[in-house]
Design a protein around this ligand. Structure first.
Ligand code: R7I
Ligand code: MG
Ligand code: MG
Length: 309
């Protein structure tokens, strides 16, 4: 079946994000995490994806079932999908187990960190929300992202990171310019740390020379906190959206740090700009549960495109 441009971009964002996660995962963290992933990271010869893709799947399944952000449904899905073998953040694991035991998410989301988590776990699953609401419903999109994020990440920085990834993914689907994307993001970002990162990213994206991965890591960060990885992924995804997907993966490996999550978030932006058809078959063939993810991406894209008509 011939796919429309927007369906191709939505499927591209979903699959490129999963690939960024699965291909970034072997390089995430320190020696211990990498050794563990050598054992856990392959299934039937395929590259496994991590919590980033699992939670994005949960978000898509929830949006398909509820047609909007339903926080209770999301909390239930996140908690019941939780498996430590997917490499969840330490706080996130504890929180999800509390929800699974019956604690309301409104209590669990401040039980581990009193101000709520500022990790990047809300942002790594935010791209589908941007795809679902689309750039034409920007205020609704931002509200939905904050509602979906607060279930596990009550801290405003965790939410700002999610807004950056979701809104940029939506804007990339429509080929907005870098300048316009910065303008739109600045209307919604609430924390000073994330605003400051955007100012640095703007300088790097307008530099008249190629910016090396090491410079991106030192100026924008490559860590697990939302403020240290969301603007990084945003910047890399936008800067390389005209380069082949393999360049994006290589670049992210060199940025280092939280490579699976930077890969998942930058992958979503790259995929929204370039579409599914630009993804190399040799990478897709290596992806765990490729068939399920593609079928889900098509269902999700069909629902969005039909809903917008
Ligand atoms: O944000 P989260 O779901 O983690 C996502 C990351 C991604 O890299 C995934 O690939 C996976 O590897 O984990 O999980 P959280 O545990 O909520 O937050 C991540 C980390 O951020 C925590 O383990 C803490 O190190 C740090 N952190 C905090 N530290 C102190 N005080 C987050 N919030 C706080 C805080 O309030
Ligand atoms: Mg992960
Ligand atoms: Mg990660």
């Amino acid at each position: 079946m011939e796919k429309t441009d927007s369906q191709d971009r939505i499927c591209g964002a979903v699959l490129a994000s999963a690939l960024g996660d699965a291909f970034g995962a072997p390089y995430e963290g320190g020696k211990v995490e990498r050794l563990l992933w050598l054992v856990l990271g392959r299934r039937r010869g395929r590259r496994c994806w991590t919590d980033d893709t699992q939670m994005s799947v949960d978000v898509m399944e929830s949006l398909l079932a509820c047609k909007r952000i339903d926080q209770k449904d999301l909390a239930h899905r996140f908690a019941h999908s939780y498996r430590w073998t997917r490499g969840y953040g330490p706080g996130a694991g504890k929180l999800l187990k509390r929800i699974r035991r019956g604690e309301p998410w409104q209590i669990a989301n401040r039980a581990v960190y009193p101000n709520g988590s500022f990790g990047n776990g809300g942002a790594m699953r935010a791209a589908p929300i941007g795809l679902f609401y689309g750039a034409g419903r920007e205020r609704r999109l931002v509200r939905a992202v904050r509602e979906a994020t607060v279930v596990t990440h009550a801290h405003p920085a965790g939410q700002d990171g999610a807004v950056i990834i979701a809104l940029t993914t939506a804007l990339a689907c429509l080929d907005y310019s870098v300048q316009e994307i910065f303008k739109r993001l600045r209307l919604h970002i609430q924390t000073v740390d994330v605003q400051n990162r955007l100012t640095v990213a703007e300088r790097l994206l307008h530099a008249d020379h190629p910016v090396l991965p090491k410079q991106v890591a030192s100026e924008l960060g490559n860590g697990i906190r939302a403020k240290d990885s969301c603007v990084t992924a945003f910047s890399v995804g936008l800067a390389l959206r005209e380069a082949p997907f393999s360049h994006l993966l290589t670049y992210i490996r060199k940025v280092g740090g939280d490579t699976d999550t930077i890969g998942a978030m930058a992958g979503a932006i790259w995929g929204a700009a370039c579409g599914y058809r630009q993804l190399p078959e040799e990478f897709l063939q290596q992806l765990e549960q490729r068939q399920y993810l593609e079928e889900l991406a098509h269902r999700f894209a069909d629902a969005i495109v039909q809903g917008h008509l």
